[in-house]
Design a protein around this ligand. Sequence first.
Ligand SMILES: [Cu+2]
Length: 112
Amino acid sequence: MPAAAAAAVLLGAAAAIPNAATATTAQTVEISGFAFKPAVLDVAAGDAITFVNHDQEAHTVVAQSGAFKSSGLDTNDQWTVRISKPGKYPYFCSLHPYMKGTIVVRAARGMH
Ligand SMILES: [Cu+2]
C-alpha cells in the first residue's frame, strides 16, 4: 500500500473512533543489571521500541541478523528502533555478548 493511502486509512480510523489507540504503540526495553527487560518483547510492526540503559556500564543493542544496531548507550541513554518486517529478532549487547534478548514483531494492526 502506498504510504499516502496508509496514512489516510489511519486518519479515518482515528476520526471515527475518538480516543482510539494510535496505530503504533510505544514499547520499552529497560537495560539494568546487565540484562534486557523484558527479555522477550512482543510488538506490532512499526512500533517504536525504546531501549533505556539504567546501568552504570555502557551497553549496545545489536540484532544477530544485522537488522538493527545501536551505538553505545551510556547511563540513562535511550535508543529507539522501529521494525517494519514481522519476524523474530534475537539481539545482544556487543560489549557483553551474554546479554541477550528477542523482539517478536507481529504484522501491523489492521493489515491481516
Ligand atoms: Cu552490555
